[in-house]
Design a protein around this ligand. Sequence first.
Ligand SMILES: Cc1cc2nc3c(=O)[nH]c(=O)nc-3n(C[C@H](O)[C@H](O)[C@H](O)COP(=O)(O)OP(=O)(O)OC[C@H]3O[C@@H](n4cnc5c(N)ncnc54)[C@H](O)[C@@H]3O)c2cc1C
Length: 497
Amino acid sequence: MNADVIVIGAGPVGLLLAAELRLAGASPLVLERLAEPNTEPKARGIGPLATEALYRRGLGETLAPYRQRGLADKTRDHGSEKGHFAQIFKIDPALQDEPERGGTLIWQPDLERILAEHLTSLTRESSAVLLREHEVIALTQDDSRVTVTVSTPAGERHLSAPYLVGCDGGRSTVRKLAGFDFPGTEPTSVMRRVLTDAPGLDKLPEPGWTPTGRLMRAPGMVATVEFDGFEDRGQPLTAEEMRESLFRVTGVDVEIPEVRGPLRFTDGARQASTYRMGRVLLAGDAAHVHSPNGGQGLNLGLMDAVNLGWKLAATVTGRSPEGLLDTYTAERHPAGAAVLHNTRAQSLLSLPGAHAAAMRDIVSDLLDFPDVNRYFGRMLSGLGTRYELPYPATHPLAGRACPDLRLVTSSGETRTLSELCGPGRPLLVHAPSQPEAAEAAGPWRGALDVVEATVRDRDDLASVLIRPDGTAAWASSPGPADTVTLTAALRTWLLPS
Ligand SMILES: Cc1cc2nc3c(=O)[nH]c(=O)nc-3n(C[C@H](O)[C@H](O)[C@H](O)COP(=O)(O)OP(=O)(O)OC[C@H]3O[C@@H](n4cnc5c(N)ncnc54)[C@H](O)[C@@H]3O)c2cc1C
């Protein structure tokens, strides 16, 4: 089996990474230990950055109905569409700097199905891209290849490729086998959650704090948070364990006849010190774990996948400028660290007792100030993320995920950026008044698409260079275009063609 990259794990991150690799001309092979897709309803949504990334891949129409339905569910469960920081539901979408950049409330199994179909649609009929019941149990690498030993129902197999990416979740085997460092902080709480309509739930008190923990409820769901007893049982949560936890937290004994979607997780926060060791890389939960507070993990992992996919594909197909692959850790490690940082703050605010309660009241009052509300909104959505670019880039958009701009092309058509970015190639949009930008891109013409168009709705933007992951690598205000920086940007990200 001739793969350029072996991807371990067919969770959302592994599936999207494989699709990004395919799109950029590499041959991925995904190995997954489970026989069937995961049905655990973990994440309930993705943020604006991942939503825009999927729209750029033509998945907008598929996601749109979930967006509407998800907003209705959220309003039902929490009384409004507002987001939360440490369960303080005050982050108001209408107050944000860019309110049109919203996320998609979609349950994780639905998203995984959509991503699996997307990967299949990009796959040549003859090539098997995803092998189930293939569990990685050993790994070695040398100067040219990575080899894994895989346990399958038919016995052990050995598979190798020039590169391997561990997308195998928070307990990543790849991370351990390859010897990645994984420093961080110990848990302060453990949450247990089941989906159930057990009739006895009516006896429970109102959701909220109790002297021994916290009770959370939504239609068909009950959860507890406790602040001691973190031993890692390595086994799924059972009905009995949930019943015991409910009793400890509320003093009410509720029989739970059946358990669906059982989840037990802590707020331990850890991050790999580097996302690459030689030919082995990490993405998604394999690279970073933290509490689900604020619903950021899946979004973060999907953005790892879109950042890595085109860079790794360029590397394995010999189209990579020097050092391109190292920019993956340089860009994504700070993005992950920022999420760990804010989830730790949320953990502190969620502790029991008078001190944390006083701080929660103060943060809740602060969220009534629109500027503060926007600060928290930017932080949790990831819209504040700005990559440090290795050349001078002064435009406010440079280094940031470019919004889905509306453009009027030279033929008078109005198009969105996501429509023009379709095939995942880099794109230079230049204003008719800045033909010098197109001229500067001449040597790279075979490696990127160039479109002459006028940007609507933004006075500060005339031309922009978009990387395949949607990052604005260079941007120019109206006036003469800075072609020296544009050339530096093109040299950094693309080989001349
Ligand atoms: C309760 C809860 C709520 C959450 N809510 C949100 C939210 O609203 N928004 C958000 O953005 N995030 C949320 N998250 C986080 C999100 O679920 C994770 O970040 C996401 O699942 C990470 O995806 P992944 O592909 O990196 O890993 P996973 O989803 O864990 O996938 C890893 C895959 O690797 C496979 N695998 C593991 N080991 C091996 C091996 N040795 N060989 C082969 N295959 C292997 C596994 O079977 C699995 O299929 C939530 C998490 C929890 C627990």
